[in-house]
Design a protein around this ligand. Structure first.
Ligand SMILES: *[C@@H]1O[C@H](CO)[C@@H](O)[C@H](O)[C@H]1NC(C)=O
Length: 207
């Protein structure tokens, strides 16, 4: 009889233990980030098949020119000490002339703040970012433009997902209007980034 009670107590303890470890696994899998979670933000996060990435494979700061990726997509990189970089390649038909495909390339970088209320603010370094808009029907080579646009997200969440059959960390940025970024999957940690400080000073010598 005493033996049975012991066994019962042991089984109960096992069930309790399993339940607790499931809860903690669940916590690791899904998280809403806020101040102090910068180490979880660290890495290069890329949409879709992960072809678009930040860094020197996407933008050449010396010539201020883009290296267009094979397919469209976007990527964010973050360091745990407060720097970010963004790369985006978008392709779409021109609504007025559907036979003309327009493409947009954007690159920018700067510093970020992840606040206690979960808001993520991205501040670009002024006059460093670049945008290039081209159309397949326009034979002139348009100049690349300056691009520095702040971004603010009120919800940053992360989870582990099967991505192309491999368990991967995913990140999503949601703004105050509820617009969500596509799921961004961590492809590099530490992140693949250009130098996080002022590139003009470093490479070109223009203050
Ligand atoms: C969160 O806090 C930051 C810093 O205090 C503030 O700028 C931002 O507006 C706040 N966001 C919301 C949604 O309250």
């Amino acid at each position: 009889m005493a033996h049975t009670t012991q066994l019962l107590a042991f089984c109960l303890a096992c069930i309790l233990f399993q339940a607790t470890s499931l809860v903690s696994a669940g916590r690791q899998r899904y998280a809403i980030l806020n101040a102090g979670d910068e180490p979880m933000l660290q890495g290069t996060w890329s949409s879709g098949s992960g072809v678009v990435t930040t860094g020197a494979n996407f933008f050449n700061p010396r010539t201020r020119s883009f290296i267009p990726p094979r397919v469209p997509g976007q990527a964010y990189s973050f360091t745990q000490d407060g720097y970010w970089e963004f790369a985006k390649y978008r392709v779409q038909p021109n609504p007025r002339k559907p036979e003309c495909i327009t493409s947009q390339l954007i690159w920018q970088h700067g510093s970020y703040n992840l606040h206690a209320n979960g808001t993520l603010q991205l501040y670009p370094i002024a006059r460093e970012g670049a945008q290039l808009l081209t159309s397949s029907c326009d034979t002139n080579n348009p100049p690349e433009e300056m691009y520095d646009v702040s971004e603010e997200y009120t919800l940053v969440d992360t989870w582990v997902d099967l991505h192309h059959g491999v368990p991967s960390s995913a990140l999503r940025l949601t703004d105050a209007w509820g617009n969500r970024s596509p799921s961004l999957y961590k492809i590099y940690d530490p992140p693949m980034m250009l130098p996080t400080d002022n590139l003009y000073l470093e490479y070109i010598g223009i203050p």
